[in-house]
Design a protein around this ligand. Structure first.
Ligand code: NDP
Length: 236
């Protein structure tokens, strides 16, 4: 049994974030999720926030701090795709994806770091993607935003590592959620052929890795990129 912590997961109303929050609840932690709409899993506190808006993140943290105590574990999970080939990619296609996936992580981690420094304890987990390391045709915006999380986590590790704070990246491969359900059947079949495990992953497999990184046994792991991808990204 790991020490119960106050945990905040962004984008916890559906998909991988919902399952991560569910797993933290199951392990006995005090869990809050941010959502633009909908709710987190049973047993969690839902706070409204948009990760592109620093003021809404600040308000969400203040509510969580008042209800559950200072945030000790933050999971930057909220993310979007706007897949389109480079020559057709608009300024907005690029900047909105980077602002949500990378800017969102920055805003949330910056707000969380204040309390973590005071407590001299913190666990930061950034949800990246195999695509951030491997690349993806039609995903220059998404891949750039996800690979940037690695430099972000490693810089935080150098800056805050001596204060009991770790920052790690989890890089899932293809996971069955709304995000991958929109892929054409043929594309899904092609991806499966390329994955050594010959299947998509489950949100639970990602969630177990995230909760483990936040747990008592992982205090000496920081700046790492942990793949949960059935071997797809090996060596990247
Ligand atoms: P979903 O599309 O199912 O869910 C995305 C979540 O992010 C939703 O909760 C959504 O909230 C939230 N979100 C998006 N934009 C914002 C915003 N501006 N502010 C607040 N919340 C926002 O995606 P997944 O669960 O599949 O993905 C979760 C994370 O995992 C993402 O970072 C994704 O890039 C990453 N990932 C997913 C993989 C997959 O195969 N599914 C593979 C590798 C990485 P709302 O409901 O309000 O839209």
């Amino acid at each position: 049994m790991t020490t119960p912590r106050t945990v905040l997961v962004t984008g916890g109303n559906r998909g991988i974030g919902f399952t991560i929050a569910e797993e933290f609840v199951a392990q006995g932690h005090r869990v809050a999720v941010t959502a633009r709409s909908g709710e987190g899993p049973e047993g969690s506190l839902t706070v409204v926030a948009d990760v592109t808006d620093a003021a809404s993140i600040d308000a969400a943290f203040s509510t969580v701090e008042a209800e559950l105590g200072p945030v000790e574990v933050v999971v930057a999970n909220a993310g979007i795709t706007k897949d389109v080939l480079l020559l057709r990619m608009s300024e907005d296609d690029f900047s909105s994806v980077v602002d949500t996936n990378l800017g969102g992580a920055f805003r949330v981690v910056k707000r969380a770091a204040k309390g973590m420094l005071k407590a001299r304890f913190g666990r930061i987990v950034l949800v990246s993607s195999v695509v951030g390391l491997y690349g993806g045709a039609g995903q220059a915006n998404y891949a750039a935003s996800k690979s940037a999380l690695v430099g972000f986590a490693r810089s935080i590790t150098r800056e805050l590592g001596a204060r009991g704070i770790t920052a790690n990246v989890v890089a899932p491969g293809f996971v069955e959620t709304d995000m991958t359900a929109v892929l054409p059947e043929q594309t899904q079949a092609d991806y499966k052929k390329a994955i050594p495990a010959a299947r998509f992953g489950t949100a639970a497999e990602v969630a177990k890795t995230v909760t483990w990184l936040a747990g008592d046994d992982s205090g000496y792991i920081s700046g790492a990129v942990i793949p949960v991808d059935g071997g797809l990204g090996m060596g990247h």
